[in-house]
Design a protein around this ligand. Structure first.
Ligand SMILES: *Cc1c(COP(=O)(O)O)cnc(C)c1O
Length: 232
């Protein structure tokens, strides 16, 4: 086992998540996504063996390489849901068919291209709308003020099932900013629902801020460092 202590860390994190659900009072179910980026395929297996059936990757090529390596070795677990959590170039939308959920639908043109590709492949895609609540220039995502109009527009792209909202808080933000960001994502989800989308998910919370995210209603937390240690 390349990740000693992983089983214990998963248990610890799950305990903290349960406590945060109680404190927050939203009563939501929460899934833990083990973010295996920069680690080898063995991290995916280790996560699976530790009971994490959701894994997250932020780069499409890296994720496909790991899927391929595990398949070739005959060790690709059937029960793993692969999440693509990072920015995607429009010329790579075809690869979305290899993921259970895409978290970073962050601009209209990407939505259009993904829908067109899905239509060609005769599939539907489960996606989350990424929102950029405080307008960080370094991050993608819709401004909250643009979500309602985009939600109306996306109703006309039936190849995309809008399952919820994803957001990332600024690094080292204080608690007040974190809560503003996470509550903003929750409001965006309500906007999607009001437009008729099946938006249940709130993907928010990373190693440094997941407990506050869960208090604010997160249903998917994306955790790398706290499970696998610092990335080199
Ligand atoms: C890397 C990454 C994470 C996990 O970050 P940690 O701080 O290591 O938990 C979560 N979400 C996204 C989009 C990421 O790229």
């Amino acid at each position: 086992m390349r990740f000693p202590g992983l089983v214990e860390r998963v248990a610890e994190v799950r305990g903290r998540i349960a406590e945060a659900v109680r404190r927050g009072g939203h009563g939501q179910p929460v899934r833990l996504i083990a973010v295996t980026k920069t680690h080898g395929p063995e991290a995916v297996l280790a996560a699976f063996e530790a009971g994490c059936t959701d894994v997250g990757e932020n780069k499409v090529q890296e994720a496909l390489r790991k899927q391929e390596a595990l398949a070739v070795a005959g060790t690709l677990p059937d029960g793993v849901a692969w999440h693509l959590i990072g920015h995607l170039q429009t010329n790579k939308v075809k690869a979305l068919s290899h993921f259970a959920l895409f978290h970073a639908m962050d601009r209209p043109r990407l939505a259009d291209e993904a829908a067109a590709s899905a239509a060609k492949q005769e599939i539907t895609l489960d996606v989350l709308l990424q929102v950029n609540v405080v307008g960080e220039a370094s991050k993608g995502g819709y401004a909250l003020g643009d979500v309602a109009a985009e939600a109306e527009r996306l109703v006309r792209l039936p190849q995309l099932r809008l399952r919820g909202v994803m957001t990332m808080a600024p690094l080292d933000a204080d608690e007040r900013v974190l809560r503003t960001v996470f509550a903003g994502a929750r409001a965006a989800r309500a906007t999607l629902r009001a437009a008729g989308h099946p938006a249940e998910a709130l993907s928010m919370g990373m190693s440094g801020d997941y407990e506050i995210a869960v208090e604010e209603g997160a249903t998917l937390v994306r955790l790398g460092t706290v499970l696998f240690g610092a990335r080199s």
